[in-house]
Design a protein around this ligand. Structure first.
Ligand code: SF4
Length: 473
């Protein structure tokens, strides 16, 4: 489906908008309340988090090697994957070697990024999701709508219907009943599996350990019950020490869900040792690059690799709140998606999502590691329009702007930076604006704009008003 059609479809889905409105307000309120009640100096903590990530990224190659060395000493097998195919092949070969036909999956955005489920399906291996949100969307064959809460676009009544239809159970709508259905469904699955897959929140170089955060216990089941645990870890998830990871964890959880701590913290330091009652016999960590090294080499856009995937930029984005994650058509939606999707998957293919932004700057204000998201979205737009740094992004040639577009922006830049011209333009708008109203449906470019908006009442009086910016926090 074309991007425009997709966005129009989402905008016209009133149930989706109601669900998103409710969910995003709840996430925003919970976060705000927690920060006010429990955190003395959130801003200082954000600054610490920013420094931890910047320091880590500036020494990433060295820390990755240290992680590999220490993880190997602990008995963890480390694999390097330069792209999605490499990562999928590593997992497939491990599955084939161990005669595995089904893999239990905890939540992992990296696995979504490499289209792991689809790849394995082609090879005759089934991936079984265990996170409640992921189960819901797997049943209806949809991708995650959000990086933290993958089925946030569905309300409990819709989830009850999905379970009734696909799991052949009675229709429920109470959360405790829905949880019970999912639990019964999963318990059967957990007993049969040899291989489990998870993501990684932090990979700690000094310890050679990985840290997984979750709220449902499915992550712990997927990583301890099967004989083989595979963790996919984007290379930017490395931190030097537990101390660094604790700072980021303290920023991540309130930002993501408005909790101060997750229900489960799984710190995996090795495979099962003699005398251990449980745990996998083999632990594999796949260090996934997939264009992250290219992003890292860019001095401005490399800041995007500081992302700790809390999702709060989505929760506070006025555009995401209206259309949801599927409208972006990319694995990573929302403000961070606008910054990294064009860089990971190509600006030619995903450049259009840069338009799903009003540049209000709210995302930059709430980001716990202070990524200047709005600034980067604006700069990527310039790159896309051929007016950016002049560097090619990821070796992909920039889209050539149309002559008319180029001329239009030149005229706008002149008007916006020349007071007498701007005032004359406003005067012209006031005098000639009303004449444009009956003509609007006939004029090629304006026709599109007014097809879904009311023609504005044009008034030049605001030139004399004193306007103030908006600060959200
Ligand atoms: S960019 Fe910042 S706010 Fe958005 S998901 Fe990443 S860490 Fe969270």
């Amino acid at each position: 489906m074309e991007a425009r059609e997709l966005i129009t479809e989402k905008l016209n889905d009133s149930q989706l908008r109601k669900n998103l409105d409710f969910a995003m307000s709840l996430l925003q309120t919970n976060r705000k309340k927690l920060l006010k009640d429990r955190y003395g100096d959130w801003e200082a903590l954000r600054e610490e988090g920013r420094k931890v990530k910047q320091n880590t990224l500036s020494r990433l190659p060295e820390l990755l090697e240290r992680f590999e060395e220490n993880a190997k000493k602990n008995g963890i097998q480390v694999h390097w994957a330069s792209d999605a195919k490499d990562a999928n092949d590593i997992i497939y070969n491990l599955a084939k070697k161990n005669n595995v036909t089904k893999i239990l999956k905890g939540k992992s955005m990296a696995s979504e990024e490499i289209h792991f489920n689809a790849y394995l399906k082609k090879k005759g291996i089934q991936a079984i999701e265990t996170d409640l949100g992921e189960i819901i969307i797997q049943l209806i064959d949809e991708p995650p709508v959000h990086i933290v809460v993958p089925a946030i676009h569905k309300n409990r009544y819709e989830i009850g219907e999905i379970f009734e239809k696909h799991l052949k159970v009675e229709r429920f709508s109470e959360p405790k009943d829905l949880n019970a259905v999912a639990r019964t469904h999963l318990r059967k699955e957990f007993q049969e599996f040899k291989m489990g897959l998870s993501g990684v929140n932090f990979a700690i170089a000094n310890e050679g350990a990985i840290w997984l955060l979750e709220n449902e216990g499915n992550g712990r089941m997927s990583t301890t019950v099967p004989d083989i645990h595979i963790a996919i870890c984007g290379i930017e998830k490395i931190v030097e020490s537990f101390d660094d990871a604790v700072i980021l964890d303290t920023l991540l959880i309130p930002s993501a869900t408005g909790q101060s701590i997750t229900c489960y913290n799984n710190i995996i330091t090795s495979p099962r040792k003699d005398g251990d009652l449980d745990g996998p016999k083999e632990v594999h960590v796949i260090l996934l690059d997939h264009h992250r090294s290219d992003i890292l080499s860019h001095k401005h856009y490399s800041k995007a690799l500081s992302c700790i995937r809390c999702g709060t930029c989505m929760n506070h984005c006025p555009v995401y709140e209206k259309v949801g994650g599927h409208a972006y058509g990319a694995t990573y939606p929302g403000p961070i998606g606008e910054v990294i999707s064009p860089q990971i998957f190509g600006i030619d293919r995903y450049g259009y999502i840069l338009n799903l932004c009003s540049l209000c700057g709210r995302c930059s204000e709430v980001c716990p590691v202070k990524i200047p998201l709005a600034e980067m979205i604006r700069d990527l737009r310039s790159e896309k329009a051929g007016q950016g740094s002049g560097e090619e992004i990821l070796g992909i040639s920039r889209i050539k702007p149309k002559m008319a577009e180029k001329l239009g922006f030149k005229i706008f830049a002149f008007l916006a930076s020349t007071p007498w011209a701007w005032k004359s333009m406003l005067w012209g708008v006031k005098v000639f604006g009303p004449i444009g109203k009956p003509l609007a449906p006939l004029l090629p470019m304006i026709k599109q704009w007014t097809s879904c908006r009311a023609y504005p009442t044009l008034d030049a009086s605001f030139q004399s008003q004193k306007l103030e910016g908006v600060i959200y926090e």
